[in-house]
Design a protein around this ligand. Structure first.
Ligand code: ZN
Ligand code: MN
Length: 152
């Protein structure tokens, strides 16, 4: 009974992983659930979520905890993300755009630096086109270092 359950789990997990790999827009568990239901009509959102957690724990995928909703990324190479403050969408920052961002940190700190976390925030192209820029409250930005020279 345990082994058949495990087999079923493995097949589910593979389908979830394959669907996530097709999605390049850092989907939420709901988005993945919708995609997976085409293959597994009886699966529940909770099961999808548990499988996603297992995949993340196994290092197969990344969980993105930026902002309110958990999002998932099948891309394991080191890269930075930019999150839209208006709609929550997350995109990859092109690697070349942040080259040298961490240069000099290791030398200038007395700490033995082990790692760092970078999150960019802004307004995505869709929201900019819709004029959602004005909707962002000042307090939303309090946690962030504001770039003065906004290249608009
Ligand atoms: Zn947006
Ligand atoms: Mn990504």
């Amino acid at each position: 009974m345990i082994s058949s359950n495990q087999k079923r789990m493995t097949r589910q997990r593979l389908i979830i992983l394959e669907e996530l790999r097709k999605m390049k827009n850092h989907p939420t568990a709901d988005d993945i659930y919708s995609a997976v239901r085409g293959h597994l009509p009886r699966i529940s959102l909770g099961t999808v979520y548990r499988n996603l957690q297992t995949l993340a724990a196994d290092g197969e995928i990344r969980m993105l905890k930026h902002g309110g909703r958990m999002r998932f990324d099948s891309s394991l190479h080191r890269h930075y993300h930019v999150r839209c403050l208006a709609c929550g969408r997350i995109d990859d920052v092109p690697g070349s755009a942040v080259k040298g961002l961490n240069e000099g940190i290791l030398e200038k700190s007395d700490y033995r630096i082990i790692g760092f976390k970078v999150e960019f925030t802004g307004i995505c192209p869709d929201c900019r086109n819709k004029g959602k820029e004005v909707a962002i409250e000042k307090e939303t930005l309090e946690d962030f270092n504001i770039l003065e020279d906004n290249n608009d």
